[in-house]
Ligand binder design. Structure first.
Ligand SMILES: *Cc1c(COP(=O)(O)O)cnc(C)c1O
Length: 371
């Protein structure tokens, strides 16, 4: 079967010569870790996200874990998060020694439901980690009010939401810190693993700079048990070259999403609502009760799809004995129905139209009668 519209492609895009020149420059400089490229990227990324500081780390997972650790969160603490995300959100919480507690998602927004968070708060709750899933901001005004009321720290997982806004305000600016991933498929992607924490808090930023670098105050002087998680100079240079195009590429994602929405009106699938104009469409999920048949139909038409995500995090074997999976029925349903259509800035209108018409032409197979 010929692939007509792959789910995504990571081949060098138009920026390959520019990226190569940046990499060559770093190679010639002979400086590969904690140097001028990272320093410059941290300033540029902080500016772009509307925060005072950015601290480059090794991955988005490390960004979440180190932000929580810098806030003093660890064993004995509970951290409330969403069951519907990349499992790394919860794995990062586990890595600090704290216990992830799952609050179900809102059925419309598909991000963590503030009412479910409220119900999950206990005297041990130390923090909330909302995820701006698929690029759509979580309900931040309500989550922030709740966090303030209960005295909880909030670390925003912005790994799918670079430059998204919520009610016009940048995501990442609601909590004390925000975590970003620059995994190659993200809205801002490196050519390998990379991540960052943003914050407006100078002492938190200083602590993060120590923690990512072995807990050193000065070279070979380890004042606290830190970790080794640094965004290297080559990746920083790649990200600096790409950052100026991020807003434009997000705009292209939004235009494609609007095109899909128009073309899919009346199609035999559910298209989740856009709850905020600041959505940056890391992904374009649709919902179908006949997901397997729809996937096969699209594959027949040469269209690649992926499922984000097939298993609610608390149902992952890795979390067995830690979480109560039965408490997240909405996430259960979404995980059994959700399907991501191809959406990336280099997708053409023609390809998007091809995808949409293939979805429209899907006819659900007759359902087996309930026995
Ligand atoms: C990608 C992602 C992560 C993990 O980031 P890595 O850089 O792969 O460690 C965490 N949370 C969400 C929501 C993500 O999409």
């Amino acid at each position: 079967m010929t692939v007509r519209v792959p789910f995504m492609t990571l081949e060098p895009r138009g920026d390959e010569p520019a990226i190569r020149a940046e990499i060559d420059r770093v190679i010639r400089s002979g400086w590969f870790i904690l140097g001028p490229e990272l320093e410059a990227f941290e300033v540029e990324f902080a500016t772009a996200t509307g925060s005072a500081f950015a601290v480059g780390v090794g991955s988005g997972t490390d960004a979440i874990a180190l932000a929580l650790r810098a806030l003093g969160i660890g064993p004995g603490d509970e951290v409330i998060t969403t069951p519907l995300s990349a499992a790394y959100t919860a794995l990062a919480i586990l890595h600090t020694g704290a216990t992830p507690v799952f609050a179900d998602v809102d059925p419309i927004r598909l991000t963590i439901d503030p009412a479910a968070v409220e119900a999950a708060v206990t005297p041990r709750t130390a923090a909330i980690v909302p995820v701006h899933l698929y690029g759509q901001p979580a309900d931040m005004p309500r989550l922030q009010a709740l966090a303030d009321r209960h005295g909880l720290a909030m670390v925003e997982d912005c790994c799918q939401a670079h430059l998204a806004t919520c009610g016009g305000r940048p995501v990442g600016s609601f909590g004390i810190a925000a975590a970003y991933s620059f995994y190659p498929t993200k809205n801002l992607g490196a050519l390998g693993d990379a991540g960052a924490v943003t914050t407006d808090d100078a002492s938190l930023a200083a602590k993060l700079r120590r923690l990512r670098n072995g807990g050193q105050s000065d070279r070979y002087h380890h004042v606290e048990p830190g970790w080794n998680s640094r965004l290297d100079e080559i990746q920083a240079a790649v990200l600096r070259a790409r950052l100026p195009f991020l807003a434009g590429r997000n705009a292209r994602r939004r235009a494609l999403a609007a095109r899909y929405r128009r073309a899919l009106a009346g199609a035999p699938v559910i298209v989740p609502s856009e709850c905020d104009a600041g959505h940056v469409y890391h992904l374009f999920p649709i919902l179908s009760r006949q997901r397997e048949a729809l996937t096969a139909h699209l594959q027949q038409a040469g269209i690649g799809t992926l499922v984000h995500y097939p298993v609610p995090i608390p149902r992952q074997p890795a979390l067995a004995g830690i979480a109560r999976p039965e408490s997240c029925p909405v996430a259960d349903r979404v995980c059994s129905e959700v399907l991501s259509l191809p959406l990336h800035p280099d997708l053409t209108d023609t390809d998007a139209d091809l995808v949409a018409s293939a979805v429209r032409s899907f006819t659900a197979p007759a359902q087996a009668p309930a026995s």
